[in-house]
Write a protein that binds this ligand. Structure first.
Ligand code: ATP
Ligand code: MG
Length: 754
C-alpha cells in the first residue's frame, strides 16, 4: 500500500483527511487543489471508508477527468473505468442513459452541440413563420439556455412584455420539437437529470445513499443549476468536498455564479474552510506578476500565494509591429526552448480568441514544428465529419431531423428544396419526424426520399452485427461521401479526415472497454445481466455503472462522445507537439513555458467586457489564469497592428502591462509611455459601461473615429488608434507609421480626413 500522504504539506494533509462532512478548500492557482481532491478520493478508498463506487467527482473538462483517472489508477490498484468521475455533462448523460425511461427519453437520444442547436432554432423559427430579425436565432438560443441553466422550463419563465412572451412560447415549441426528435441540448442534459432526480424519490434516495462522497473541482465556475443538482444529489447526509478559487472564476458570461461559494458554505453547513497558500507550480517572478495583477480586483475573497522556488527567470515582454511578426517571435523563442531541451508539449501558446490562432499556426507550420490546437475548430465540427456523423446518427435514431436534413441531399441525390418543403408539410400535418413522414410524400419527390430511407435502412441492416469501426467504414462508402470528395479539388484533406474517423472509433471502443468485437448497435450490457436493486416499496432500480458499456451501445456512446468531447484530432494524440489554446481552455493545466499573445486593448481585455458589469474584473481574472499556467518561463507579447476578421486593427498595448510589477518583467523592446487608459482606468474599472460610453460618445461628438485615416501636415498619413477624453479635451493616439505613435489634442491639431 502506498503512502498517499507523505507528499502533502500540513494544510493539504488536513484537507485530504477531513472527516466525512462538507468542506470548502479555497485556494489560489497551483496550490494543489486538484492534487488534494484526487488524493482525497484515493485516501477514502484506501482506508476503506468507502468503496470507489460510492464516489462521484466532477471536473471541468474531459481532459481533466482523464487526468484524474490516470492519477488515481497510479495511486490505487483498482479499475477506474466504471467510476463516476467526469464533467457535469458527461455524468448527466450517463445517468439519463441508464434511466432514460424514467427521464422520458428514447435510449438513443442524441446530443445537440451548440452549432446544431443554433441551426435547430433557425429551422424552428422558419417552420413557425417567425421573423428572425425580430427574434434573432442566437438571442433565442441564449434565452433558452439561460432559462435552462437557472432550472426553468417555459411554463416557469416570467415574461414581462410581448417580445418575452413570444420567446417563452418559442422555448416551449423548441422543447416539444426536441422531444419529438429525441435530441437534447447541453443545458437539457443537466436540467433533465435534475428533474429526474427531484421527481423520482426512490431513484434520488438510491443515488443519495450511494454517493456518500461528492467532490467538485473548479467549484467557482458552477452555475445555479449545477449547484442545485449537487445539493439534490448530496441530500441531507452527503459530504460535498468543493475546491475552488474565486480569482479564477471566468465563466460568468455562461451563468457561472461565484456566489455559489458563500451559498455553499452556508447551506452545506461547512465547518471546515481550508486555505492553501503555498504555490508549487510557478517560479517567483511569475507568481509575483500574478499576485500583483489580481490585487487590482476589488471583489475578492482574499488570499495570497507564496512560493519557495527562487525568483527564476523574469517575465519577458515583446512588442511586435504586426501579428505576423509576433507569431514569428513566438516561434523563434519556442525553438530556443526546444533546443535547450524542452519538450514541445511543455510549451503552450495562449490567446484570448480562437481567431488569433491562425497566424500562429501558419508560423509553426512553415517552421515544421508539430503543434496541437485545443478548442478551435473541433475535429468533430469539421463539415465532412459532421456529415459522416449525421449518417451514423440516423442509423441510431432516424428521427433526428437535424441529421436528416444535413445529409438527405448530401452528396446530391436530386432531392431539392421543393421536395423537402413537401416533406416538412407532411411531417407537420401528421406530427411526425421527417424520416417517418416520407411515406406521406407522393410522386417523384416521394420516390427519391424513399430511396434515401432505403439507403439508411440498408446500411443499418448490413452493419447490425458489426463492430463500430467497421460500421463507420461501411457508412463512409454507402453514403458516397468519400466518392463525393474525390471529385472535389480540395477533397484530399477531407478524405483523410474521414478515414481518421475509423481510427477514432477503434480507439474509442477500446479505451471505453467495449471490446473490439462488440456490435455497434447492441444495447447496453447491463440489460443482459441486470444488476437490479429492489427498493422497499417495490420500485426496481437498475443501478447504473458509470462505465459506458453498461449504459449505452457503442454507437450511442461514440455519438455522445462526438458531441461532448473536445474532439481533438485523436490520430495525432501522443505526438510531442506544441500546445495551442485559448486562455479559457487552459484552466487547471500547467506547462513549463507559456506564451500569452495578443495582449492589446480590445483583445485582452476583450472589448465586449466593457459592456458587461464586472467585465473588467473578469478579464483580469482571465489574465491571472493565463499567468499562473506557467512553471518556469512566461512570455507576453502584443502587436501594433493585427488582422482580425478581415480588418486591420491598430491597438494599444493592454492595460495589464501597467498592473504588473516592473521588477518581475523584462522588456525586450523599450517600454513606451503608459497606455492610453492609464488616466481613464478607474472610471472604466468601477463602472465599465459608463466608462466605455463616455469614450464612445466622444467619438460621435467630434466626429473622429477609431480606424479613420487622417493627414497631418508634419507627420503625413496616419490612422487613429484610440481617442480619450471628450469634447474640447479629447485627444487621439494616431499611428503615423514611420513617425510612430503620436498623442494629439484634437481641438488643436490640424488634421484632415482622407
Ligand atoms: P489550479 O488552480 O491552476 O487548478 P491547483 O490548485 O489545482 O491549480 P494543482 O494542479 O493540484 O494545483 O497543483 C499544482 C502543481 O503543484 C502540480 O504540479 C502538483 O503536482 C504540484 N504540487 C501540489 N502540491 C504539492 C506538494 N505538496 N509538493 C509538491 N508538489 C505539489
Ligand atoms: Mg486545479
Amino acid at each position: 500500500m502506498q503512502n498517499l500522504l507523505h507528499n502533502l504539506n500540513p494544510e493539504q494533509l488536513a484537507a485530504v483527511t477531513l472527516p466525512a462532512q462538507s468542506a470548502l478548500i479555497l485556494a489560489g492557482a497551483g496550490s494543489g487543489k486538484t492534487r488534494v481532491l484526487t488524493t482525497r478520493i484515493a485516501w477514502l478508498v484506501q482506508t476503506g471508508q468507502i468503496s470507489a463506487n460510492g464516489i462521484l467527482a466532477v471536473t471541468f473538462t474531459n481532459k481533466a477527468a482523464k487526468e484524474m483517472l490516470m492519477r488515481l489508477s497510479a495511486m490505487l490498484p483498482i479499475n477506474t473505468r466504471g467510476l463516476w468521475i467526469g464533467t457535469f455533462h458527461g455524468l448527466c448523460n450517463r445517468l439519463l442513459r441508464a434511466h432514460h425511461r424514467d427521464a422520458g427519453l428514447p435510449q438513443t437520444f442524441q446530443i445537440l452541440d451548440s452549432a446544431d442547436q443554433l441551426s435547430f432554432i433557425k429551422r424552428l423559427l422558419k417552420a413557425n413563420n417567425v421573423d428572425d430579425e425580430k427574434y434573432p436565432p442566437r438571442t433565442l438560443m441564449y434565452f433558452i439556455n439561460g432559462a435552462k441553466d437557472s432550472g426553468l422550463r417555459a411554463s416557469e419563465v416570467e415574461a414581462y412584455d410581448a417580445i418575452e412572451r413570444k420567446m417563452v412560447e418559442l422555448y416551449d415549441l423548441y422543447d416539444q420539437q426536441c422531444q419529438r426528435e429525441g435530441v437534447v441540448d447541453f443545458a437539457e442534459l443537466l436540467l433533465r437529470s435534475y428533474e429526474l432526480l427531484s421527481r423520482n424519490q426512490p431513484l434520488r434516495e438510491h443515488y443519495q445513499a450511494r454517493f456518500k462522497h461528492i467532490l467538485v473541482d473548479e467549484f467557482q465556475d458552477t452555475n445555479d443549476l449545477q449547484y442545485k443538482w449537487l445539493k439534490l444529489l448530496a441530500g441531507q447526509h452527503g459530504a460535498v468536498f468543493a475546491v475552488g478559487d474565486d480569482d479564477q472564476s471566468i465563466y460568468a458570461f455562461r451563468g457561472a455564479n461565484v456566489g455559489n461559494m458563500s451559498a455553499f458554505e452556508r447551506e452545506f453547513r461547512v465547518q471546515n474552510l481550508i486555505k492553501l497558500e503555498q504555490n508549487y507550480r510557478s517560479h517567483g517572478h511569475i507568481l509575483d506578476a500574478a499576485n500583483t495583477l489580481i490585487a487590482n480586483n476589488s471583489k475578492r475573497l482574499g488570499k495570497n500565494l507564496r512560493t519557495d522556488a527562487g525568483h527564476g527567470e523574469p517575465v519577458r515582454v515583446y512588442e511586435a509591429t504586426s501579428d505576423i511578426q509576433e507569431a514569428q517571435w513566438i516561434v523563434e523563442e519556442a525553438k530556443n526552448l526546444i533546443r535547450e531541451g524542452s519538450l514541445r508539449s511543455e510549451i503552450a501558446i495562449l490567446y484570448r480568441s480562437n481567431a488569433q490562432s491562425r497566424v500562429i499556426e501558419h508560423s509553426l507550420f512553415t517552421s515544421g514544428i508539430p503543434y496541437r490546437v485545443y478548442g478551435g475548430q473541433r475535429y468533430f465540427e469539421r463539415a465532412e465529419i459532421k456529415h459522416a456523423i449525421a449518417y451514423l446518427q440516423l442509423m441510431d435514431n432516424p428521427h433526428n431531423d437535424s441529421a436528416f436534413l444535413r445529409v438527405v441531399n448530401f452528396p446530391a441525390r436530386g432531392i431539392g428544396a421543393r421536395s423537402l418543403e413537401q416533406l416538412q408539410d407532411a411531417a407537420k400535418q401528421y406530427n411526425l419526424s421527417l424520416y417517418a413522414a416520407v411515406p406521406y410524400v407522393a410522386g417523384k419527390a416521394g420516390s427519391s426520399l424513399s430511396s434515401f430511407v432505403k439507403l439508411i435502412e440498408g446500411a443499418r441492416f448490413e452493419t447490425q452485427q458489426l463492430p463500430l469501426p467497421e460500421m463507420v467504414q461501411i457508412v463512409l462508402e454507402v453514403s458516397s461521401l468519400i466518392e463525393h470528395y474525390q471529385t472535389e479539388k480540395e477533397g484530399a484533406d477531407r478524405i483523410e479526415n474521414l478515414e481518421q474517423l475509423v481510427n477514432a472509433a477503434t480507439l474509442f471502443v477500446s479505451e471505453e472497454g467495449f471490446g473490439l468485437d462488440a456490435p455497434a448497435l447492441a444495447g447496453p450490457a447491463s440489460q443482459a445481466t441486470p444488476n437490479v436493486i429492489t427498493i422497499a416499496d417495490g420500485v426496481e432500480i437498475i443501478d447504473a455503472d458509470a462505465a459506458l458499456p453498461a449504459v449505452m451501445s457503442p454507437l450511442s456512446a461514440f455519438l455522445s462522445h462526438a458531441s461532448l468531447e473536445a474532439g481533438d484530432n485523436q490520430a495525432q494524440a501522443g505526438q510531442d507537439a506544441l500546445q495551442l489554446m485559448t486562455v479559457h481552455s487552459a484552466k487547471g493545466l500547467e506547462f513549463d513555458a507559456v506564451f500569452i499573445s495578443g495582449l492589446e486593448e480590445g483583445l485582452f481585455p476583450h472589448e465586449n467586457s466593457a459592456k458587461e458589469e464586472g467585465g473588467a474584473e473578469e478579464e483580469r481574472r482571465l489574465m491571472y489564469v493565463a499567468i499562473t499556467r506557467a512553471r518556469k518561463r512566461l512570455y507576453m507579447s502584443f502587436s501594433q497592428t493585427r488582422m482580425l476578421h478581415g480588418q486591420t486593427r491598430y491597438n494599444m498595448r493592454s492595460r495589464f502591462f501597467d498592473e504588473l510589477p516592473e521588477e518581475a518583467m523584462k522588456w525586450l523592446s523599450p517600454k513606451t509611455q503608459p497606455s492610453w487608459f492609464a488616466s481613464s482606468k478607474s472610471a472604466w474599472d468601477e463602472s465599465p459601461s459608463t466608462g466605455a460610453n463616455t469614450i464612445a460618445q466622444s467619438f460621435n461628438k467630434n466626429a473622429w473615429r477609431i480606424g479613420e485615416s487622417v493627414f497631418h501636415a508634419k507627420f503625413g498619413e496616419g490612422v487613429i488608434v484610440n481617442i480619450e477624453g471628450s469634447g474640447a479635451n479629447s485627444r487621439a493616439h494616431i499611428n503615423f507609421g514611420r513617425h510612430g505613435m503620436k498623442l494629439l489634442d484634437l481641438s488643436i491639431a490640424k488634421l484632415d480626413k482622407i
